[in-house]
Design a protein around this ligand. Sequence first.
Ligand code: GDP
Ligand code: MG
Length: 683
Amino acid sequence: MKKYPMESIRNFALVGANGSGKTSIAEAMLFNAGVTNRLGKVEEGNTVMDFDKDEIEKKMSISLSVANLEWNKIKHNIVDTPGYSDFKGDLISSLRAVETALITINPVSGIEVMTEQAIKYADSIKCCKAIIINKIDKENAKFNEIIEELSNICEQVVVPVLIPIGLGDKFSGVMNSIIKKAYKGGKEINIPEELQQDVDNWHEKVVEAAAESDDSLMEKYFDQGSLSESEINFGLKKSIIQCNAIPVFCCSATQNIGVKETMNLINHFFPSPKDISEILVTKNGEAESINLGNYDKKLGYVVKSLSEPNFGEIAIVRMYANSLTTGDEIEITEKRAKDKIGQIYYICGRSREETTEISAGDIGGLVKLRNATTSLSITEKGEAIIVKPISFPEPVYWKTIKALSQADEDKIGAALSKITDEDPTINFGMNTETNENIVSGQGEIQIGIVQKRLKNRYNVATKLTEPKIPYKETITGKADAKYRHKKQSGGHGQYGEVYIKISPRELGTGFEFVNSIVGGAIPSKFIPAVEKGIVETMKNGILANYPVVDICVELYDGTFHEVDSSELSFKLAAHHALKDGFMRANPILLEPIHKIQIVVPTENMGDVMGDISSRRGKILGMSQEDNKQVINAEMPLSELYSYHTSLKSLTQGKGYFTQKFAYYQKLPNDLAQKVIEESKRGK
Ligand SMILES: Nc1nc2c(ncn2[C@@H]2O[C@H](COP(=O)(O)OP(=O)(O)O)[C@@H](O)[C@H]2O)c(=O)[nH]1
Ligand SMILES: [Mg+2]
């Protein structure tokens, strides 16, 4: 397999909304480069990138995949990503592995949620951007309107460099605004008269963007009103690399119009790994930037790890500095764990080609590594560097997961830990308060796929149910209580008596035990048993079997018996005294409240606000951002569990939210009554 120097590599990720044609564009590129000899179709399930069984069945990408091709001596590493917000973990991960985000737009639906999120994530890690407006052959496709919309939402200057000749069924070719030339069927043609003005206008824009990248170009542009072709090329590329300009292309992936011209422009204008030598890292926990040119250790990043029985275990890796070779010893920074490099491959969809190294700047696959899982960094021992760190979003969707057959219950943990290794946005763990296994993530589709994979890969059938709420119990009043535990059964008896005062503490401050016994009313050796009796009773709950929190128990008196008193007797006395006193001290249930931030299109505001209040939510503030509203609110967890589904349906999929636990608060009496009754029934 051929090795490419850094300057001959272009790494880019196809990102953007579902159905905008990312997989189809990759397919057309691979076909044009001769990697495939026919143009696969997503609907027919024969594309290079959507090779997974679930992807073929659903006719959409659900996991990122990579492919490579050579175009005019330049190697393109293409990362195709899923466009559903449920899989935004893959979007985030892919952008950390490439120099350029190629954001795909469907010109009929315009700027969608995932388009904006892709732009935002790319900006947050200073990933260069380019945009491709696909599906120009579709009825009602727009171009100029999309450019205008993009100019409004992007911080950078948006410069159309490939402009469509005709829209919808009249789409027949493209024009290059840099060199002012038109192409149809791969051949140069004259620019159609009616489009001459457009090309001239866009050309002006390109020249301005190029001039702005460099002082000397700017001067020349002011003096002479124009720049030479090589100056434009130099300036525009610099602007793109500095994240000051976003070039826009257009195409029809399925008709393969504009794709070759796009590939030419990728060669010319996308940065090579050599062009971006400064990258952000954290080293020993501190944020810093390093210059890869001077960095003499191995540095890489695991874009995605896959463990599919039919496909094997493979980690897709982007090398940033130096090359990885078979036999190398590496360290996975986040786990501080060692691994040894075995076989190395270049990956193209489902197929692989064996090689001996992944050189700096390139992307390849490593097999049988134990620790190299999605989003982790590869370093040398003791380096402790994390590449382009970014946090993955908190879950917005939760389910309790249970094996259908009790025998499989033990298998769930190991199988899920493999599945969650592939996607850091999926979480799995036991909620020790409710004793349930909870799987959580970014949405229904993602968790549905998890369930499917458990069945297909590990043969574990499961059921998903709504998780229980981890309520807690506390009191709002004070009470005095005493209890004498006395038992005489033949020989040795049991005896212990305690007097306690219980009072509420501020929420969140925990439990306090005060021993104010004086004069040996209870011998000190039995005091720990009293506290233990209290703590155990609190753990199991009194009102409705939820743990008791934030109370103070003062042990102030008691009696004992020389022979019959024992630790057990005092534990039992404490248990009964607490139960009795607690019920007389105005017990209440507490429920978890989460802070949420919701982003919705302005036209859905009314419905969304109504829904928040019907979910006992509280609005904390609102602000307008472009054509959207950002709502800060609080919502009880019991209502949050179903919120993802509801918000999606209220906003036709356009609304989204993030959330975080905030605090516990009193559950209203009517609801508390229901919970108490349910708990009694469950007993
Ligand atoms: N008419 C037309 N359809 C397209 C084009 N590109 C993709 N499609 C279709 O749009 C659908 C979604 O495409 P896909 O590549 O899966 O989009 P992705 O979700 O962004 O990967 C598929 O049915 C494609 O055949 C295009 O340029 N023109
Ligand atoms: Mg796709």
